[in-house]
Design a protein around this ligand. Structure first.
Ligand SMILES: [Zn+2]
Length: 468
């Protein structure tokens, strides 16, 4: 009779939220339970009867405190919320699309929907700080480089995606007005310094492909979506413009009052000038709040020079520059990654740089796959969660809205399965990383609403290949 005794509990947590003024009076509503209440301990009819009886019996006494009527409770999971230093078995309650309570043994007898997360991990909604989600705005035929926001997002267990420069000043309208407006996943974006973005890659052939005024105007027109500027240190832009290219991006970012993200590593042509420019870029162009992506890249012009970490990377970090992983198709190799990490240089954030090809043909697949890859290099699961929740939220200047399970924050939540095994991760150079853990996305909850999850990229679902 656990449910009955739970129902009659008189206890009310101190921080219980005040019901909305238009909330349905609680005593008139039957208790309806989904998913968890599989045993017939309380039927809705019985619950109504009990409530009526209770009301009659105490009509001349002090009103009892009945259980809070939450919209949703995720019960019994291991809650990891790095922003609030929480790692414990707790329940998470949601009401009106906001986090309403995070505490042990929440009374769910008046809750509309209960998700049993026993054995699973419950985290703030994952944030992927580097994606390409501008699908369908380039060509009418489906040969696009980009993936859709929800395929990279909620359907992969991720609630927020940052599009990193897929579009520029002349085509970002489609991303803001159509893609971001219609996606279930929260879509944020960086504006490419090239007016057409990587929808035409390479995006900067000459100075003619940069339009300062149009870029500043675009950022100012959509501050809720466009959070910064993106520039890629790749040929032929770096050959034609040298350090003037990232400086042009910085000028746009400064005037618009936003940070910039720079892609390091010349994946196009391996132009040695990329390596020449990197130290200047790190110490003289980037400033506090800017982001370097592809921190673990093996490409020329990334953070390794002759196998050693550039000292300028340490200087940039000291100056307040952030470092993101951005696995992508060609921007991550296990050998290079291990060197950077062994030098004690741990990236701030883990992101996927996912595209259509890497989502379906691999080996990037998803943010959770990329977290597993980084974990195989010696980063703990708990750190990986922080690197995909609290830290990207901080970088975006959105810690109050996303990246935590703070009471009152939007109810963006990820439910994950941390699986132990003998996993084999791949990079695009043929390199292999062996990991004892992998993360399987189980569900994303966006603004309090549970979302469907994709089956995963492999015949057996999301998990990487296991060694025999
Ligand atoms: Zn990218």
């Amino acid at each position: 009779m656990a449910c009955l005794s739970t129902y009659n509990s008189r206890s009310r947590p101190d921080h219980e939220p005040i019901p909305a003024p238009n909330a349905t009076p609680k005593l008139k509503r039957p208790a309806i339970h989904f998913e968890r209440m599989t045993t017939p301990c309380v039927s809705a009819t019985i619950a109504i009867e009990i409530r009526t009886t209770t009301v009659n019996n105490i009509s001349n006494q002090t009103m009892p405190t009945e259980p809070t009527s939450y919209d949703l409770v995720i019960s019994g999971g291991r809650v990891i919320d790095p922003a609030n230093n929480i790692d414990a078995k707790l329940d998470v309650a949601v009401s009106n699309g906001k986090i309403a309570a995070v505490e042990a043994n929440i009374n769910v007898s008046a809750t509309q929907r209960v998700i049993d997360a026993t054995g699973l991990v419950v985290t703030p909604g994952l944030i992927d700080l580097h994606t390409h989600i501008a699908a369908d705005i380039r060509k009418v035929t489906n040969e696009d480089l980009m993936v859709t926001a929800d395929v990279a997002g909620v359907n992969a267990g991720v609630t927020t995606v940052l599009d990193a420069g897929s579009t520029g000043a002349f085509n970002v309208g489609g991303l803001v007005n159509t893609i971001a407006a219609n996606a279930t996943t929260r879509v944020l974006a960086l504006l490419n310094v090239g007016t057409l973005g990587v929808i035409r890659a390479p995006e900067v052939l000459s100075a003619d492909d940069i339009n300062h005024e149009a870029a500043v105007e675009a950022i100012k027109a959509a501050p809720n979506v466009i959070k910064g500027v993106k520039v890629r240190m790749v040929s032929p832009g770096i050959t034609a413009l040298g350090i003037e290219m990232p400086k042009a991006a910085k000028a746009i970012a400064s005037e618009a009052g936003v940070p910039m993200m720079v892609h390091v590593g010349d994946i196009m042509k391996q132009d040695p000038i990329a390596a020449v420019l990197a130290p200047t870029l790190l110490t003289e162009v980037l400033t506090k709040g800017d982001i370097v992506t592809h921190t673990l890249s093996h490409q020329v012009g990334a953070l390794l020079a002759n196998g050693s970490l550039l000292p300028q990377a340490l200087e940039a970090r000291k100056n307040g520059v952030y470092f993101d992983v951005g696995v992508g198709g060609s921007n991550f190799a296990f050998t290079a990654a291990q060197k950077v990490i062994d030098a004690g240089f741990i990236p701030d954030t883990i992101s996927s740089d996912v595209t259509m090809m890497s989502r379906f043909a691999g080996p990037t697949y998803s943010l959770t796959e990329c977290m597993g890859k980084v974990m195989s290099l010696g980063i703990s699961f708990e750190d990986a969660i922080r690197m995909a929740t609290a830290k990207p939220a901080e970088i975006l200047g959105m810690s109050k809205e996303i990246g935590s399970l703070s009471i009152g924050a939007g109810a963006d939540i990820s439910i994950l399965d941390l699986v132990e095994g003998n996993f084999r991760y791949h990079d695009t150079t043929g390199g292999v990383g062996n990991g004892s853990q992998a993360i399987k996305p189980v569900m994303a909850i966006r603004d309090g609403v549970p979302q469907p999850i994709d089956y995963g990229p492999r015949p057996w679902g999301w998990l990487p290949t296991q060694n025999a």
